[in-house]
Write a protein that binds this ligand. Structure first.
Ligand SMILES: CC(C)(COP(=O)(O)OP(=O)(O)OC[C@H]1O[C@@H](n2cnc3c(N)ncnc32)[C@H](O)[C@@H]1OP(=O)(O)O)[C@@H](O)C(=O)NCCC(=O)NCCS
Length: 218
């Protein structure tokens, strides 16, 4: 379920760490579409009472009861697998998984963006691209024409994808990495910071360097 409400709606923010603060900032920068009324800690019972003015009302066990009082949720979790699990719980509770786009991101109207996506300042998505549920498009990344970004993937700050690149579910494309056009990167893979990817990357494999090669050190 995606959400583009015409009136102000209440949201729950899942997470209270750094990425939650980023997502809260994106939602606030977007103007008065939504109001984030409550947050939860995604890992444990919370030790703080509030996150930048938003009350933190519980831990992961409190998600469903708190969802019943709001229109939808924002995914403020950096860990791709955990974000996926919590996104599934939001949808199972029949609440909207809300996408937020910083006003200085540039998203082609001829791209398709799934629910629960976060687009940071300077993120660019070009025509024909498809961005899956819960993906993070971090600061200044570029996703060129006809790319396919899998669900819950993370394109880190300053990473650049040429045209028709495919990125699998939950994969991290690290800070400042470049991926040549038409490359396929599997699911649960990691492209190290600064890598230049010029060959396909299988599922679950970490690659680093220029040109990127599998890393056996993990
Ligand atoms: C590739 C990566 C996953 C490896 O992480 P790790 O398994 O914890 O590796 P370590 O930091 O222990 O480093 C192991 C070795 O790999 C090297 N290495 C680590 N990252 C590297 C990279 N991006 N490029 C080249 N070499 C790298 C280290 O220098 C080290 O080499 P050494 O054994 O010769 O000393 C990680 O460094 C990385 O680049 N992650 C992406 C981070 C990112 O972009 N996050 C987004 C935040 S918004």
């Amino acid at each position: 379920m995606s959400a583009r409400p015409s009136t102000r709606q209440s949201l729950l923010l899942i997470g209270c760490g750094s990425h939650a603060r980023v997502v809260l900032d994106l939602a606030r920068a977007q103007g008065p579409l939504w109001k984030v009324v409550v947050a939860i800690d995604a890992m444990k019972k919370p030790d703080a009472a509030e996150l930048e003015g938003v009350p933190i009302r519980g831990g992961p066990d409190d998600l469903e009861p708190l969802l019943s009082g709001v229109h939808g949720a924002l995914l403020g979790i950096g860990d791709n697998a955990l974000r996926e699990r919590l996104g599934a719980r939001v949808l199972a509770a029949k609440r909207a998984l809300v996408s937020c786009f910083h006003p200085k991101s540039s998203i082609s109207p001829r791209s398709r963006i799934g629910p629960g996506v976060a687009a940071c300042p300077g993120a660019v998505v070009m025509t024909g691209a498809v961005v899956g549920e819960g993906a993070i498009l971090n600061t200044g990344c570029t996703v060129d024409h006809d790319c396919e970004i899998g669900a819950y993937a993370h394109i880190a700050p300053g990473a650049h994808l040429g045209g028709r690149v495919k990125v699998g579910a939950r994969t991290l494309i690290g800070i400042g990495a470049s991926v040549r056009q038409n490359i396929r990167i599997g699911a649960d893979a990691v492209v190290g910071a600064g890598a230049a990817v010029v060959a396909d990357v299988p599922d679950g494999v970490t690659v680093v360097g220029v040109p990127a090669c599998p890393s056996f050190r993990r």
